[in-house]
Design a protein around this ligand. Sequence first.
Ligand SMILES: [Zn+2]
Length: 390
Amino acid sequence: MTGTADPVAIARDLIRCPSVTPAEGGALAYLEGRLKAAGFTVHRVTFSEPGADDVENLYARIGTGTPHLMFAGHTDVVPPGDAAAWTHPPFAAEVADGTLFGRGAADMKGAIACKVAAVLDYLAAHGGKPKGSISFLVTGDEEGIAVNGSVKLLQWAAARGEKFDHCILGEPTNPNALGDMIKIGRRGSLNGSLIVTGTQGHVAYPALADNPVRGIVALMGALMAEPLDAGSEHFDPSNLEFTSVDVGNKTVNIIPGEARARFNIRYNDRHTRDGLKALIERRAAAAASRIRWRIEWEPSNADVFLTQPGPFVALVADAIKQVTGREPELSTTGGTSDARFIKDYGPVIEFGLANQTMHKVDERVPTADLVALTAIYRRILDRYFAQPRP
Ligand SMILES: [Zn+2]
């Protein structure tokens, strides 16, 4: 059962648009056509930034009332890699044995197709109008550096007075099977470099030098020794991981003058970014008698956030259970996503397809999953716009 719009056909049309970031590839034009035909007001917005590629984005809305449900996503995809390694060409969107192959099938043209199909079907069943408003916020810059994508598109929409009540981002959230997992938040991410300064000298005369390797080993040991926390109700424990240790010394007879170690911290809602920086610096200072050290923090736009479970999350979880029989886990695991930008404007959760093949050769999705995800989004629309409102 696929309702009035076929999500598999829409997904195939989208995959055939070669929209590798930052190329639009025809994907947004395709969505514009489908949504305009259904009565949406569609805006195509291009953003620029010196030193970055121009990126096209799309915002579409139907209805003027509340509640306002926003579907967010991206049509850009990562490059296919070695196209010859694919069983089916990456932009051919071939279906074999009930499986649709192609770059973006899972991440996340498949989910966008399901959202569009569900919305078209919902509108057809309700005289072409929602009881509130439905919008699509679709960026072409999620897999790239993301400066001309969701951040600016959200600002642009807010400046026009657009305000949503709830948002569903269609990233592939399920580790194994459709229905496994809803993301209700994401950890924050913070990068820094630990730098220890010594005094360069001859390796045979260490008394005349000050080896920064000794100092950086001591400080790294101290920063790795103690957990940052024990986790929280909805989050795993925060974690600091060193990713590189660099001295850059090509010789065998010189004690280097400086040592650097890069690290990344994934942190939960027990910390704020500034509080975390202060904690790390306190721990380094406590371990650093006579070591000359400093930490250079990189700018970060990935703060921790949580969308508290409540009626909306329950509505989505219930729709998933009705269609798949699975009780989705409410999770905050994994990397960052554009939800970190959307959360500044309203509550956002993430639910899409299964994620085993995303970014891989032979990215693919069972067509049955596209049909089931469409049924889930369709059920969400029915419930969302029914009384009583969430
Ligand atoms: Zn994605």
